[in-house]
Ligand binder design. Sequence first.
Ligand SMILES: Cc1cc2nc3c(=O)[nH]c(=O)nc-3n(C[C@H](O)[C@H](O)[C@H](O)COP(=O)(O)OP(=O)(O)OC[C@H]3O[C@@H](n4cnc5c(N)ncnc54)[C@H](O)[C@@H]3O)c2cc1C
Length: 589
Amino acid sequence: MSSSPPATPASATLRSDDSVAKQLFLGNILEENLFPYPEINARDKEMLGAMTDAIDQFLADKGAELKQYDRDAEQPAEFIQALREMGLFGLIIPEQFGGMELSNGAYARVLGQTSSHDSSVSLTIGAHSSIGMKGLLLFGSDEQKQRYLPKLASGEMIAAFCLTESGAGSDAASIRTKAVRNDDGSWTLSGEKIWITNGGIADFYTVFARTDTPEGKITAFLVEAKWPGVSHGPHEDKMGIRASSTTTVAFADVRVPAENVLGPVGKGFKVAMSILNSGRTGLGGGAVGGMRTLIRLASAQSKERKQFGQPIAEFGLVREKIAQMTVDCFAAESAVWMVAHLIDGGGSDYSVEAAMSKVFASEAVQRASYEALQIAAGNGFMREFPYEQITRDTRILSIFEGTNEILRLYIALSGLKGVGAGLSELKAAVGDIFNEPIKGFGVLGSYTGRRMREATGYGIDRIAHELSPRLRKVAATYEKYTVELSRSSDALLRRYGKKVADMQHAQKRLGDIAIDLFVGLCVLSRADSLLKQAHPAANEAVNIAEVFARQARRRMARNVRGLERNEDEAIEQLAGAVLAHDGYMWDVI
Ligand SMILES: Cc1cc2nc3c(=O)[nH]c(=O)nc-3n(C[C@H](O)[C@H](O)[C@H](O)COP(=O)(O)OP(=O)(O)OC[C@H]3O[C@@H](n4cnc5c(N)ncnc54)[C@H](O)[C@@H]3O)c2cc1C
């Protein structure tokens, strides 16, 4: 059975520039951007076919070596040289600078292929492209691009992204690395970054430093590793992705020429966030590649292993795991490539969708690695088998490029911001109504329409796209809960106002409802397209859409209920007591 290629429609443009995710909080399904599911374009299809074959040929018989790199916590220089020769450092760099100019979708698919063999390989390539030199692509001047991109495309220069410090992790705006402007316009950079991927092998760093200029607090700089004062520490001894280089990077009064400021002075925080937002599909693609491998391994293992006189694949509890891994993988893949499409299609407001796909895909691959190891059981626990390494390697995915906690809060707060803006517009409109009646009534009209819809279900935002009849019921779940999300967000804001900003338990519930809606709609759209194309595995895809919708409905119902009735206060008190006691308070002695 042929696997359907992921969609990478660089040529297709979006029909609406609104954010699909943010619109969900307003009770709208932005179906013009979700249906039909994006198709792969001809250029990407051709390039991907060749690239994935080349990656398989190169990595398939290197299992033992890759395992050794994991033990040694290092990729040898000749291995990195081979990655260069395959062109893997030039994936997203424009052709005019010697790169392959892959779309976001194709790039994510390539990282999926490398991750299906080894996560550390994806990290080396991904940290270079997704974050290390992405800022140069997004914000670099023509001169900076001419100077660096050809070397970055060939891998002569490897890139790293230097934001995190010992005192500044999730709170990235609190960095202490400092850059002071000199009289000649150059800057003096000093400070230390920690846990920098590619830190020990990079020649080119995108560095964020506090500048405290009138223009703003943080500025981004392009820094070369060979400059006086730049150094890095030894490779960290990590739990997973051990072969990927992670080090401290220190800057001791490094002189940075004025022409190496990246983007506007003082706007470095925006540069950092834009890089991270646009890089998340790479991570998602890698997670999907890992899941494909886990499903293949788990299938083979469960058919081969016999207990109680039959293959364990015959047992319901083993089959349940294999099916759930498949649902998770299809859902993550559908969301990741939809987000890539939103970016490739020219959308500008995709950061919430990117966060949703990152949270879902990272947790899906962690569940899958847990379950695949459980199917392999004792064998799974042995280092001779690949499961333990995959479990270690995938653990990082919910920690870096924004922890999943921070991203859930970001998703909820971004959605609530739109709802809140509607409410304050309403307040202003009531005040303005006699001065500017047309403007005022317009706002009131759309607001009261939404409220009525929430209260009565009348005028609910039905998906107008002509869906296969089998998928209508699935669609109804998302139509219903989109209204629930909007109603709950509205109710929460009216009841608590600005205090909502401190209500993390409620934000998590809203974030999770929104993730289920977005991922579920991506699954629905893809299943519908596969059915219409008469894909050989279309029936299974519809099956997945039905299973995902039922599971999502139960989760969403619980989260909606939890916004009204919950044990948040007791949980807060309990955490307070344990923290005050510095630990667990009971024993049986
Ligand atoms: C292997 C590896 C590679 C990395 N590569 C890079 C890199 O290339 N470049 C780079 O700049 N950085 C890199 N990092 C750093 C990474 O991005 C950070 O670890 C991450 O941002 C989290 O920061 P932290 O570990 O300091 O956790 P903290 O921010 O201290 O968070 C600790 C815990 O508290 C939670 N938390 C924090 N704030 C809140 C809040 N407001 N509300 C609720 N919960 C909260 C977090 O979710 C987390 O569970 C890497 C890290 C690792 C481990």
